[in-house]
Design a protein. Structure first.
Length: 156
C-alpha cells in the first residue's frame, strides 16, 4: 500500500508499465516484494553487499543502468551503498514518511521499482548514501581492460 501512495505523488508515469501479474511472473518473490511492494531485504544478506567487482548495477526489473562500481563504498549498514547514481535521470527521489520516519525513497525512473533510500551521511563531496537492496539490482561486469585479459604475447 505504501508504494501505491508514493506513486500517487509522482507527476511522471514510469516508462515501462506492466500488470501486477506480469511482474510476479518476471521477478523472484523477493524481487517482487522489494521492487513492486517497497519491502526491504534483511541487512547483510544481499548478494552485492561485499562485492568489489568492477562494472554496472542495473535495475533487476527493467535493466536500466543505475549505479557504477566506482561509486560503491562500504557503509557498514548491510546494504550496497553508492555515493551517486551512474546517470542522475535514471532514478527518481520521493518523500517516504512510512514507518513513522522521514526518508527519501529511491525509485527506478524507467519501471517505477523501489530500489531503497538515500541518506545524507555518505562520503564527500555530495554526502549522499544511496542504500540499495541487492535483490533490486542486476550486476553487469565491466569488460576486461585491453591487454590484461590475454596472457603472453599479443594476438594470443
Amino acid at each position: 500500500m505504501r508504494n501505491a501512495r508514493a506513486r500517487a505523488h509522482s507527476g511522471a508515469a514510469a516508462e515501462i508499465q506492466q500488470s501486477d501479474e506480469q511482474w510476479r511472473k518476471e521477478l523472484t518473490p523477493q524481487q517482487y516484494a522489494v521492487l513492486r511492494r517497497g519491502h526491504t531485504e534483511r541487512p547483510f544478506t544481499g548478494e552485492y553487499v561485499h562485492s568489489n567487482e568492477r562494472g554496472s548495477y542495473r535495475c533487476a526489473a527493467c535493466g536500466s543502468e543505475l549505479f557504477g562500481s566506482d561509486a560503491k563504498f562500504d557503509s557498514g549498514t548491510g546494504w550496497p551503498s553508492f555515493s551517486a547514481p551512474a546517470i542522475a535521470q535514471a532514478v527518481e527521489l520521493r518523500p517516504d514518511n512510512s514507518l513513522l520516519m522521514h526518508r527519501t525513497e529511491v525509485i527506478c525512473r524507467r519501471c517505477g521499482g523501489h530500489l531503497g533510500h538515500v541518506f545524507g551521511d555518505g562520503p564527500a563531496p555530495a554526502g549522499d548514501r544511496y542504500c540499495i537492496n541487492s535483490c533490486a539490482l542486476a550486476f553487469e561486469p565491466a569488460p576486461p581492460a585491453h591487454g590484461r585479459d590475454r596472457p603472453g604475447r599479443p594476438g594470443w
